[in-house]
Design a protein around this ligand. Structure first.
Ligand SMILES: C[S@@+](CC[C@H](N)C(=O)[O-])C[C@H]1O[C@@H](n2cnc3c(N)ncnc32)[C@H](O)[C@@H]1O
Length: 226
């Protein structure tokens, strides 16, 4: 490690994003969050120990709040990992709602299924293992929310798929749109950074959406389908 590289603080990996809010302010924001239930708390701990990049509770609350604000009953999630954000969606859509979980890694899906059972939300979640973009492209229904959290190189392709599969007044939400601040680099070389820059630009330019980028954690794009 170079001598001048800041040491990682003693925080779970999903919290290493205080480039937007100063460390103590970030601590304050997290200290304000209500305690999570046993299953979510356990998932946060597991994700921290195994470097699984979950959205974490600050962003998850925003997701749930947005779902409640538009009375969302159907959510399609691209990139669900161990199902942490999926549970927050499932709680938001209620008994009769439906959330589609997608992940390319069957081991993640297996672990997620157990958490869903324990959280009492299995009946609201359909699990798909495979390419999330393929699963989305096969959908004929229109969703209230589409949440994008897959590999960043795929973001421009996701954007091309979303609009016809989202109802008017629905939300297209995307995580990591500030990419640890790399979006502000002068000459970005990484394919992931270039893909995010293209995605953000196209999303703002799109006539289909009214978009804002919320600078919370690693940046959350919220786009309202017009
Ligand atoms: C950032 S994690 C998802 C975290 C999850 N949304 C949460 O906050 O709890 C991204 C996940 O997407 C999966 N993934 C990436 N690209 C994918 C693709 N094209 N299709 C399916 N899964 C993908 C990875 O396996 C990884 O588990």
């Amino acid at each position: 490690m170079p001598a001048n590289k800041p040491k990682k603080e003693n925080k779970p990996s999903w919290r290493h994003f205080s480039f937007v809010t100063a460390g103590p302010v970030d601590d304050y924001l997290y200290s304000m969050l209500p305690k999570r239930d046993e299953v979510l708390a356990e998932m946060e701990e597991y994700a921290g120990q195994h470097d699984i990049p979950i959205v974490g509770p600050a962003v998850a609350r925003v997701l749930q709040q947005l779902a409640l604000m538009i009375n969302a009953k159907t959510v399609f999630e691209l990139g669900s990992a161990i199902g942490y954000s999926t549970i927050w969606w499932a709680q938001a859509v209620g008994e009769k709602g439906q959330v589609i979980y997608t992940d390319g890694d069957p081991k993640n899906a297996e672990r997620a299924r157990k958490y869903f059972d324990r959280a009492g939300v299995s009946n609201r979640i359909a699990l798909h293992t495979g390419d999330a973009l393929e699963v989305l492209s096969e959908q004929t229904q229109q969703f209230d929310i589409i949440f994008n959290d897959v590999d960043k190189e795929d973001y421009p392709r996701v954007l091309r798929l979303v609009s016809p599969r989202l109802r008017k007044g629905g939300l297209f939400i995307t995580d990591n749109v500030l990419w640890s601040g790399r979006v502000a680099e002068k000459n970005p070389k990484a394919a992931s950074t270039k893909a995010i820059l293209e995605f953000n630009r196209r999303l703002y330019e799109s006539d289909d959406f009214f978009t804002t980028l919320l600078p919370i954690r690693d940046g959350l794009a919220v786009a309202l389908k017009k």
